[in-house]
Design a protein around this ligand. Structure first.
Ligand SMILES: [Zn+2]
Length: 325
């Protein structure tokens, strides 16, 4: 199926209108005359901007969708439909509604790159119209544990993968082949790299934060040391001209890019560990190590406080000072 540019622009325009409405519903509107609802004191973030859903074709019927949360990858061919990650329930509905060429067709495969809520909370929207939800075997376990830890617990809202794999998974979908590989602990201990083999498009999930301080989920088994190894391996083993989809990106940077972007994050994580090791050797405490506002040498990552660097430094400290945990 050939999807031309005009089709996409048309769809995007329609979705944009729907998205603004959805965005309005997301914001709690105080009734006229009542006091505005104060945000929770623990959340320093400004209110979320309205959602603007966009479909971006990349190559050979594969593309990505952005609205809110982790980037969704999609395959939309005459023979098959697939999505990689599901964001949130409201944006998953927008993705499903605008998926190129869907009509009432069943989604052949939904893949979760890992368990985090901004990648799996739309699973329940896709499940009734999808043949299967696939994830690495640790994903449902980590998803359940995170839901139980949440305050209040969110266990009743979770929809889990029904097909899991330990190391690799692969499926023919019409004239495309989609495959997944687990490379060990990195961003969590359930991250998979998803490859659309014919299109040569690789969805990295949150193994890739493009020029923004990453989330390193140590409670869910993250390993900075192995994350560096994973990025090296993917950069070395996947085709040189692969197009990559990233889970997240800094405001000025794209959620899609090339191999070089992987090496930027590898360099940041390497420098992070080296910096923290130097501080530990100098006798600094975790609190002292974690106070840096921005990381020297990586200006593209810089962001005013609050940012995630303090957390990155703390996690690096824990990883370097504790054998396990
Ligand atoms: Zn994540």
């Amino acid at each position: 199926m050939s999807l031309n540019r005009r089709d996409f622009l048309y769809r995007s325009a329609g979705l944009m209108a729907a998205g603004w409405m959805a965005g309005g519903r997301l914001l709690a509107q105080a009734p006229a005359g009542s006091a505005p609802v104060a945000p929770p004191k623990t959340d320093p973030r400004p209110p979320a901007p309205p959602v603007v859903p966009e479909f971006h074709p990349l190559r050979r019927n594969v593309g990505y969708f952005t609205a809110r949360g982790g980037t969704i990858g999609w395959l939309a061919s005459p023979e098959a439909l697939a999505v990689v990650d599901t964001q949130f329930a409201d944006t998953a509905a927008l993705c499903l509604a605008g998926l190129p060429g869907r009509a009432e067709r069943t989604i052949d495969v939904v893949v979760n790159t890992h368990h985090h809520g901004d990648h799996t909370s739309g699973n329940g929207v896709f499940k009734p119209v999808a043949k299967t939800i696939v994830a690495q075997a640790n994903v449902p376990v980590l998803q359940r544990a995170a839901a139980e830890r949440a305050k209040p617990p969110t266990t009743d809202r979770q929809v889990y993968a029904d097909t899991t794999f330990a190391e690799t998974w692969r499926k023919e979908l019409g004239d495309e082949v989609v495959s997944a590989r687990y490379f060990g602990p990195a961003h969590t201990n359930g991250d998979a790299v998803i490859l659309f083999e014919k299109a040569n498009v690789v969805h990295m999930g949150d193994l890739m934060f493009n020029r923004v301080y990453p989330v390193i989920d140590r409670v869910s088994g993250a390993s900075i040391r192995n994350w560096i190894v994973v990025l090296e391996k993917v950069a070395k083993e996947y085709p040189a001209d692969a197009i990559y989809i990233f889970g997240h990106a800094g405001a000025k940077f794209g959620v899609s890019g090339q191999r070089a972007e992987l090496l930027v994050l590898r360099d940041y994580l390497t420098a992070l560990l080296e910096h923290v090791q130097t501080q530990i050797t100098a006798g600094k405490t975790k609190a002292e190590v974690s106070t840096l506002e921005n990381f020297p040498g990586f200006p593209d990552f810089h962001q005013k406080l609050p940012n995630r660097l303090g957390s990155n430094l703390g996690v690096a400290y824990d990883e370097l000072t504790q054998a396990k945990g």
